[in-house]
Design a protein around this ligand. Structure first.
Ligand SMILES: Cc1cc2nc3c(=O)[nH]c(=O)nc-3n(C[C@H](O)[C@H](O)[C@H](O)COP(=O)(O)OP(=O)(O)OC[C@H]3O[C@@H](n4cnc5c(N)ncnc54)[C@H](O)[C@@H]3O)c2cc1C
Length: 538
């Protein structure tokens, strides 16, 4: 591959695609986007409920595994990450939540000027085209269509929402609006019944403008450095090693796992650890890969007295009917996220913002068919799940290198539930789940609690269960975090790697702290804003 580019973006995920879009608005810039995975023209990527089929598919998914985690009763957790155009936005559950406004004020208060809520709100509004219409909080006319999620909602979700109301959690029409707290329907990155990944929303329009080139199936193995300046990348194209040069900058958008891995492979990280692996040290910064923060989640599942999507989608003819309906009309269960509804609540009224997120699924996948993994197939009975994830866990893990081989998966230490606070708030939260389920609108149609089951009641038993059945909700972040001080962070408030020139990070790894909510929106924000900085020469 030949050519010269001003800017090379590594990774065509949520942030990388948004960044390419912003840069494509400047006709004077030549941009190359390099993606390790392949294209996204796949049925189960386009079909929103195809989500379950992508969960373990190595053709589109890095399928990482953590170290055995003592906090999860020794389980080595499965960590799906997108490996295709659109990155994780092409395999995620499409829930569109920005986080709590105070999360961004926390970022600013941590010494990152320009990242407070009032600073980022105009960008969130500008990048979206919200089906619910524009207001002070939402935007219309932007490149990313966000559906209101109000069509084809399963009737049991409406019941669960009423149960929330009776349990003291009022209906909230917009988690991205004035208040995050409450229960309601999720907005989704879905357009016309199809997944609206970052590739579809940002990358394709960027490519159509002409100056953005995209190469796929091209793993980058390190950043090329001249002293402390990034001048390009080493990449494998059709198995052949090549060096590609960037006249202005290299931006790493390889995600919270890939970005710290690439920094370390390039000699930027904990000097002693890099030397131990025989890697030359370009910049000693032990913060690379550290401060890993992720949301942990758990589902409670009931057998229901009324039909759920299990009944609709289990039989072959049900799948065929739903498939035909989706293809012909873009409607029906396959056109929506697995999570129709959910919400945010406080496990303790003394808190000043919600610390737990709720998910509602008119669907259950407890029993895999022989030879199949869970998540792939609905159970042979009407099942429904209510799920939880914590908003701001205090547990911290890390990403490290196993070896200097760029093709070896990194070492992921999740350290879930490693603080008493994280365990205590999840214990309080599962009790709240049961309070919701005990309210008449839900209890009237619930036949029995299947997981964990009514016999699991004492605090000790509930904690044992939540450790045994929890896992990532796929929001790893903060592994190259932003901050003013190179002794405690990796990038500055313009996302430039401290101590380096011509090298930036734009993805979820740069979050200073993990926002209380899903992470696609804040990851897109990272790419969008990095584009603004680059265009302004900042
Ligand atoms: C199963 C799942 C469900 C989720 N559900 C939701 C949800 O409902 N709502 C929500 O808001 N968030 C959700 N998330 C999280 C959200 O999608 C991610 O936080 C977000 O997409 C991260 O964006 P990113 O740009 O940081 O990284 P990614 O989107 O992961 O992009 C990184 C890209 O870099 C590429 N890459 C990595 N290494 C290299 C390399 N060496 N060379 C070249 N390319 C490389 C990868 O292949 C990938 O395409 C989910 C995630 C998963 C995995």
């Amino acid at each position: 591959m030949d050519g010269t580019w001003d800017i090379i973006i590594v990774g065509a995920g949520s942030a990388g695609c948004a960044l390419a879009y912003r840069l494509s608005e400047d006709p004077g810039l030549r941009v190359l986007v390099i993606e390790a995975g392949r294209h996204d023209r796949r049925l189960f990527v386009q079909m929103p409920l195809g989500y379950g089929k992508l969960f373990h598919d190595p053709r589109v998914n890095w399928c990482f595994r953590t170290e055995p985690d003592p906090g999860l009763n020794g389980v080595a957790d499965h960590w799906p990450r997108g490996k295709l155009l659109g990155g994780s936005s092409s395999i995620n559950a499409m829930v569109w939540v920005r986080g709590h406004p105070s999360d961004y004020d926390d970022w600013k208060a941590a010494g990152n000027p320009g990242w407070g809520w009032e600073d980022v709100r105009p960008d969130f509004r500008a990048l979206e085209d919200n089906e619910a219409g524009a207001d002070e909080w939402r935007g219309t006319g932007g490149p990313l269509h966000v559906s209101a999620g109000t069509r084809d909602v399963h009737p049991l979700i409406r019941r669960a929402l009423k149960a929330c109301e009776m349990a003291g959690l009022p209906f909230n029409p917009d988690f991205n609006g004035a208040t995050q707290e409450g229960a309601g329907l999720y907005q989704m990155t879905i357009r016309g019944g199809r997944r609206n990944s970052a590739a579809r929303a940002f990358l394709r329009p960027a490519q159509r403008r002409g100056q953005v080139e995209v190469v796929t199936g091209a793993p980058v193995t390190r950043v090329l450095l001249e002293g402390r300046r990034a001048v390009g990348v080493e990449v494998f194209l059709k198995g052949r090693r090549q060096e590609l040069r960037a006249a202005r900058e290299v931006v790493l958008s390889a995600g919270a796992v890939g970005t710290p891995q690439l920094l370390m492979l390039s000699g930027i990280g904990d000097g002693a650890a890099l030397q131990g692996l025989g890697l030359p040290v370009a910049l000693d910064n032990p913060n690379v890969g550290r401060h890993l923060c992720d949301h942990q989640g758990i589902n409670y599942t009931w057998r229901m007295k009324e039909p759920t999507y299990n009944d609709v989608l289990r039989p072959w003819w049900g799948k065929a009917f739903a498939g035909a309906r989706w293809l012909l009309t873009g409607r029906g269960p396959l056109s929506l996220s697995i999570n129709h509804g959910g919400g945010f609540f406080r496990t303790d009224p003394g808190r000043n913002r919600p610390n737990m997120q709720l998910y509602m699924q008119a669907f259950s996948t407890l029993i895999p068919r022989e030879g199949e993994r869970p998540v792939l197939n609905p159970d042979p009975f009407p099942g429904m799940s209510l799920g939880l994830s914590n908003c701001r866990p205090t547990s911290r893990g890390e990403i490290g290198l196993r070896s200097p081989d760029p093709f070896a998966p990194p070492r992921i230490v999740a350290n879930a539930y490693s603080t008493p606070e994280d365990v205590a708030e999840m214990l309080a939260a599962v009790k709240m789940l049961r309070r919701i389920a005990a309210q008449p609108p839900f209890a009237e149609v619930a036949a029995e609690e299947l997981r964990p089951g009514p016999e699991v009641r004492s605090d000790e038993a509930l904690v044992h269960d939540l450790r045994a059945r929890s896992g990532t909700v796929y929001h790893p972040s903060c592994t190259a975090r932003m901050g003013p001080d190179p002794r405690t962070s990796v990038v500055d408030a313009r996302l430039r790697v401290h101590g380096m020139e011509g090298l930036r990070v734009a993805d979820a790894s740069a979050f200073p702290t993990l926002p209380g909510g899903n992470t696609n929106a804040p990851a897109i924000l990272m790419g969008w804003r990095a584009g603004g900085f680059l265009r302004a020469g900042a």
